[in-house]
Each structure stands twice: as structure tokens, then as C-alpha cells.
Design a protein. Structure first.
Length: 327
């Protein structure tokens, strides 16, 4: 008789059988996983809309942004402007918005880059500056429509008195590099390869953010970009809210450039793109860099696929709705 603590020389019989047929077990496991994925992506096995808390509010309040002429005036001035950052800084100051420029320099082996961000802050009138929302837009010649809308939105927000959180409008130079410089300085996260100016004012914790891109004066779709660095994803409420706001103005919401799913193959294609994008894409838009700081963020990219009917004013209202309802 052996002791209870004495090891058995051979593993159990069922383990031996499984090990001896390991290749069959692997094939069956892969097939079962594939079948499971094919089943769970069907609509009847999923919630059509998951919302909570403030994400229910888009139907309760009417957005009042209607500065079409101001958008047009900004856009007319931006098109011939060679120094976009200086023009934006002057306009923010002219409308009484707290404004700062932040110069930054990135130095890496074989790569040197420098630029200047413009930051405008609308202070909350109903509370102290303990929390903030960030609206980011890239200062490029291909994104002038979005720049004009966000600049007009900043002037509109300055005139309202109901904000409970600070709103920071970040006009970003050099894309992700410029936004990285801003977030690193804001959170006092120092990089050896990055030097930037110090911020003159602070707004407390950033509770959420969104970036804006626009192609043309009219649009009929809103592509919601949401993948962040290292496979991070924002709160589902944020994506659903952007989709609700798009629906509200008769615009088709898209994810990975796919709109409403009408067949199983559409669902499978969108799911496949989501998996591949999350696994292999390091960056998707300006929102991507917010993830490591624990900030929920997406990018809304408006464009015309068929015949655009929504105007830049509608884009401003979608952004206003996001500011009022997301967080």
C-alpha cells in the first residue's frame, strides 16, 4: 500500500487519451470557437442598445447651436491662412476665451519634430474647475471644415452659462505627437524625448473627450472611431450616444465604415474588422492617445458617401449634444 502523498507514476486514463489525440482536440476547439463567434454576433443574441445614466438625455434637450454664418466666416479666413495656429489664437482671444499656446519638440534618433498647439478653455459657471471635457481637432489643411466648426462651437460655449465642467478646446498641431505633448504636460508625465511649454491653467480631472474630423461642407454619415492604444476601448455608452445623436439629425452612424447591419455577412465583416483593428492597429485617430490616461474618448469623422444633406451646423449641434450629454 502506498502513502496518500506518494505520486502516481501514470496520469489518469482519460488524460492519456486526450494527450494522445491532441491534434483532434485542437481542431475541435478551434471549430467550436468559430461556431460560437458565428452565433453570438447575431442580433437576437445581443442587446440592440445599451445605455445608462446621462446617455439617455439626447432626447430630452434641444441643441441650439446655429452659428452657420460664423462657421462660414471662419472657413473663408482659414482657407488662405498660412499660419492657422496664430489665426485661431487671435479669434479665441477676441471672443474672451482663456487661451494659451504650447510649443513642443520631439527628439528621437532619426526623427525631430516641433509644433505649437493652441488651447482654449471655457470655464464652468456652475461649479469649480475640478473636472473637464476635451474637444480635440487637428490643425491641417484637409480638416479646415472641422476647425471652423469647433472654433465656432468654442465661441458659442463661451456665451452659455449652464456648463458644469470646464471645456478644453485643443487645436492640435502634428497630430498624435502634439496631443501626446499636451496630455503629458497636463498630467505631469515627463518623457525624455519630449520637451514642451508648461500649461498656465488647469481644469482638474479630464472625464471624457472626443475628436472631430470633417470631409467637405455636407455629410450623410458619421464614422465613430473608437479603438485606442494597446487595444483599449471606451465606454459603450459613448459610442451609443454618438450613434443616437447622428440618428437625431438624420445621419447614418458607422463603425469601421459600416452602417446599419442588414445581413449576417455584414455583421461578420464588421466583427472581423473590429477584431483585426483592435489586435493590430496601434492608432486610429486623435482619441487613441487618451486611453493610457484612463479617459473615455472617440473620434467622429463626418463625410458624404451618397448625397450629403447635413450641414456643418448639424455637426456643431452633434458636438454640442455630446458636450451636454456624454459625461
Amino acid at each position: 500500500m502506498r502513502l496518500l502523498s506518494q505520486p502516481i507514476d501514470k496520469p489518469p486514463v482519460f488524460v492519456e487519451k486526450i494527450v494522445s489525440k491532441w491534434w483532434k482536440v485542437c481542431v475541435i476547439s478551434e471549430l467550436l470557437a468559430l461556431i460560437y463567434i458565428c452565433i453570438i454576433i447575431q442580433p437576437e443574441y445581443n442587446e440592440h442598445m445599451k445605455v445608462s445614466e446621462n446617455a439617455l438625455l439626447p432626447a430630452l434637450v434641444t441643441e441650439r447651436f446655429s452659428y452657420y454664418h460664423r462657421i462660414s466666416a471662419f472657413l473663408d479666413k482659414l482657407r488662405p491662412e498660412r499660419n492657422i495656429s496664430d489665426y485661431i489664437e487671435k479669434q479665441l482671444l477676441a471672443y474672451g476665451i482663456m487661451t494659451q499656446t504650447m510649443r513642443f519638440t520631439v527628439t528621437l534618433p532619426g526623427f525631430n519634430e516641433s509644433g505649437k498647439n493652441v488651447i482654449g478653455v471655457v470655464r464652468a459657471s456652475r461649479s469649480s474647475s475640478t473636472e473637464a471635457i476635451v474637444v480635440a481637432v487637428s490643425m491641417t489643411e484637409t480638416n479646415l471644415e472641422a476647425l471652423a466648426v469647433i472654433l465656432a462651437l468654442a465661441t458659442y460655449c463661451r456665451e452659455q452659462i449652464y456648463w458644469a465642467r470646464d471645456i478644453q478646446f485643443i487645436f492640435v498641431d502634428k497630430g498624435l505627437i502634439g496631443l501626446t505633448a499636451y496630455l503629458a504636460q497636463y498630467h505631469q508625465h515627463h518623457h525624455s524625448f519630449l520637451q514642451s511649454d508648461k500649461l498656465n491653467f488647469h481644469s482638474g480631472a479630464i472625464v471624457g473627450a472626443f475628436a472631430v474630423k470633417a470631409d467637405g461642407l455636407l455629410f450623410d454619415t458619421v464614422n465613430i472611431e473608437h479603438n485606442m492604444i494597446n487595444g483599449l476601448l471606451p465606454n459603450l455608452d459613448l459610442i451609443n450616444l454618438m450613434a443616437k445623436l447622428a440618428d437625431k439629425y438624420g445621419v447614418i452612424p458607422e463603425v469601421f465604415n459600416h452602417g446599419y447591419q442588414v445581413s449576417w455577412w455584414n455583421l461578420a465583416e464588421t466583427t472581423s474588422k473590429a477584431m483585426l483593428s483592435q489586435a493590430f492597429n496601434e492608432k486610429e485617430g486623435l482619441h487613441s492617445i487618451f486611453g493610457p490616461y484612463g479617459i473615455q474618448a472617440v473620434t467622429i469623422h463626418v463625410k458624404s458617401v451618397m448625397e450629403g444633406h447635413a450641414s456643418l451646423t448639424d455637426l456643431g449641434r452633434i458636438c454640442e449634444g455630446a458636450l451636454r450629454f456624454i459625461f
